[in-house]
Write a protein that binds this ligand. Sequence first.
Ligand code: SAH
Length: 334
Amino acid sequence: MAATALVPERLDRFMARANAIYYASHDPFADFTTSPEISQVFGEIIGLWAAVTWQLLGSPTPVVLAEAGPGRGTLMADALRAIRGVAPDFAAALRVHLIETSPRLRSVQAARIPGATWHDDLGTVPDEPLILLANEFLDALPIRQFVRRGDGWTERFVAGGEWTEQPADPDDVPTGRATGEGDIVELNEASRAFVGAVAARVNRQTGAALFLDYGPRSSAAGDSLQALADKRPVNPLTVAGSADLTAHVDFADLAAIARARGAAVQGPDTQGAFLSALGLFQRTERLSRSQPAKAPELAQAAKRLADPEAMGHLFKVLALRSPAAPGLPGLQSP
Ligand code: SAH
């Protein structure tokens, strides 16, 4: 059992193992709710974003429409429905590729998205023109944590359901964050590798990517590891494999890495600004007119996605694109 390993295990290895057990054995959506599950308009707007992006990229045909960590497949199903409605030429050009490690979620996705192809990671996704989407994917990737002790650093390990610390290699510790005694600094190597690889692809050939996730706009010190079970926070260590483990996404860090790998970067902007700019409220209103009985529920869902006090501010949007492509919709250009 993941929870009872007595040999100290580095936090990122513990988190990777715990989440692999978790996603393979649970319906994650009993424990937390994500934007596409809140309103169908979320996935529809992202589908329309992808359609406009495809045109701005010069309508490459064929094109890979990829999603990382598709969960129940709701975002992609809603996006494809919207795309078929407004952009039949894009619908005909796209091939759906899904990056998903959980066999359980793959079968849920297969029922919603016929004709898709699955991958364990980006490496096997065809190296062709690409539009990649990822909602709440990066936050599930494993982090390392370093603790300031005296004038040095320790790294956090897990043993027997408790924290332990071991001396850290100072070269591994991200620089430029607060460094008071006991401060925690996080490092998400898997997110860096993923975003860096996507950036290198869209630099090499036509493409764009959209990452939506939660986290501050600029890098900060602090422990953001969170475990949710049954929609409530629980101890992340004692329940390994029975709760969803996530951490804040460091958007400033990832934007810098994407730039260094040659992508043009837009954002991070807030999810509220992005969705509002792309017509969240107008689409919600139009949908409400055709389904009056659902109108109050749809309006409340839109507010939850965009309101600063709900998901509108904590959630951010980051877009990458080929350096030659024009600015993409919904995000401020630098
Ligand atoms: N995007 C969905 C689901 C978010 S939950 C939504 O918004 O509802 C995180 C998703 O990422 C799940 O599908 C999970 O199985 C997948 N996932 C987690 N770690 C992964 C990894 N290392 N590689 C590929 N997929 C992963």
